[in-house]
Design a binder for this molecule. Structure first.
Ligand code: ADP
Ligand code: MG
Ligand code: MG
Length: 473
């Protein structure tokens, strides 16, 4: 697949256009702090694609449609104690991070959840699979700290602008509406209303240093725009060691202000818990009456091990009763295999060793940069073949997405050249509810993250990937 937008520009025209594009992006706030040259007062443009990337309409619509089914699925999975416990049993024996989360879950579950409502701001990610005619296949679903919803609409608007600038005003209609920031903000507001105490605030749990600051601020400021009664504070888990406490009725207080909603933008990686004290804070938050986004059970439902279990034929049926819904969900799954010590596990190891290029080997991690590809899969499997450690990994069939041509723009790149990319579509969902009753279930927008086709993964903060938006064809 080539770019579906023809641009025939001289080098100097291209250079001017790129400069204008950067200025537009700065003006509209699609920026982040630099990892290399960190300075909290300095923002640089988020890496982005000069032109939007073509995306097949039917697949885009399927990804949007399936979101509310996934919201329902994840909600139901999260509330099945036996399923979470049995599925994660082997994983928690060898994976410290998952085991720490699970311990919190078990404790809070045994005490009884003081807050019956969970909130999820979810992002389900897809690649188009070339081998089956460019159909969407799910890469993973993120239940915690789903990012870029605050910047996604800016990129969509930018692509409308650049098409107009290029003389393609008639093509602007092919850039779909994108209200991700609004939708995610509304989710948090709905939860705040459910808590039903106008004096209580929303607490963003953040890293000690936040690179993707504007993405978070976009949601924070949107909430202020929408509802001036709400106050938001940002704290790291480390700061909360001294600042958070529970009241007599399990209310969460931070600096003596009651918290209605906890929104985790950190806490999904081991590094967020430098000492046992941060884990104790996580436990305290989970024990509190505040509505958590996500609750500990939502968080665990988003692990890769759970994704693997759900891909086994017959498992979806436990959580979704409507067979049409099951078919729609099943269609987006790739084969994912456990590496347990049994016949199936041995089979999976053998497949991974034989045809490494057809798989991705994944640990129980989030945030990018953790997976293993190609020949390194063989090395890793050989190393852990006889160790229990292998049960913390899953082997997923590899999706090979189509290649598109485009121009990558990022800070310091003045040498614009056409390069080959592929794109991962993320769709945002908001779900909220009690164990047996969902009270809010919506699909709220999308993001395209595009990376050089030569890279296995495209971390945007790390500079391998860029923000993009789909151009529907
Ligand atoms: P994380 O939680 O770290 O983001 P992902 O499962 O999303 O974990 O994997 C990170 C990246 O690895 C994805 O964005 C994608 O580029 C690549 N990847 C993951 N699974 C596959 C797959 N099955 N086929 C091809 N690429 C994949
Ligand atoms: Mg993830
Ligand atoms: Mg991912």
């Amino acid at each position: 697949m080539q770019s579906c937008i023809d641009v025939n520009l001289s080098n100097s025209q291209l250079k001017n256009l790129a400069q204008m594009a950067k200025d537009w992006i700065i003006m509209h706030g699609a920026g982040m702090r630099s990892k290399n040259n960190f300075n909290e007062d300095q923002i640089q443009i988020v890496p982005f694609l000069l032109l939007p990337s073509c995306y097949p309409r039917k697949e885009f619509e399927s990804a949007k449609e399936v979101q509310i089914l996934l919201n329902e699925l994840m909600h139901n999975v999260a509330h099945d104690y036996d399923f979470l416990t049995n599925t994660l049993k082997n994983t928690i024996e060898v994976d410290t991070f998952t085991s720490k989360l699970f311990n919190i879950y078990q404790l809070v579950h045994s005490e009884g959840f003081i807050q019956p409502i969970s909130l999820g701001l979810i992002r389900s990610d897809y690649l188009l699979h070339k081998d089956i005619g460019n159909k969407i296949k799910q890469v993973e679903v993120n239940m915690i700290a789903s990012s870029f919803g605050g910047l996604a609409p800016i990129i969509s608007e930018y692509h409308k602008f650049i098409l107009t600038e290029l003389g393609y005003k008639d093509k602007v209609k092919n850039i779909p509406e994108n209200n991700a920031t609004l939708g995610l903000s509304n989710g948090l507001i709905e939860a705040w209303k459910m808590y039903n105490n106008k004096k209580a605030i929303i607490l963003f749990i953040v890293e000690d240093i936040t690179y993707n600051i504007l993405d978070q601020r976009a949601i924070e400021f949107k909430i202020y725009d929408l509802n001036s009664e709400i106050k938001i504070i940002r704290r790291s888990l480390t700061e909360l060691i001294m600042q958070a406490r529970l009241g007599s009725d399990k209310e969460l207080f931070v600096d003596d202000i009651e918290v209605a909603v906890i929104y985790y933008r950190s806490g999904y990686q081991l590094e967020a818990y430098p000492s046992e004290n941060e884990w104790n804070v996580r436990l305290l938050l989970e024990r509190s009456r505040a509505i958590k986004c996500p609750s500990i059970q939502y968080h665990l439902a988003g692990t890769k091990k759970i994704q693997q279990e759900l891909s086994i034929p017959g498992v979806l049926e436990k959580f979704i009763s409507d067979s049409n819904k099951i078919i729609k969900i099943r269609q987006i799954f790739m084969g994912i295999y456990a590496l347990d010590f049994n016949e199936d596990g041995e089979k999976a190891i053998a497949m991974g060793l034989k045809n490494s290029h057809n798989y991705v080997l994944k640990p129980q991690r989030e945030g990018g940069g953790n997976n293993i590809y190609n020949d390194k899969i063989k090395d890793q499997l050989e190393v852990m073949k006889h160790s229990k450690d292998r049960t913390a990994w899953i082997l997923m069939e590899r999706i090979y997405p189509p290649i598109l041509k485009n121009y990558l723009i990022h800070t310091g790149n003045n040498d614009l050249k056409i390069q080959e990319f592929n794109s991962e579509l993320g769709v945002y969902g908001v779900v909220m509810g009690y164990k047996s009753r969902i009270i809010h279930n919506t699909q709220v927008g999308h993001i395209l993250r595009t990376k050089l086709s030569s890279a296995n993964e495209g971390g945007i903060i790390f500079g391998f990937g860029a923000l993009d938006s789909p151009y529907i064809v």
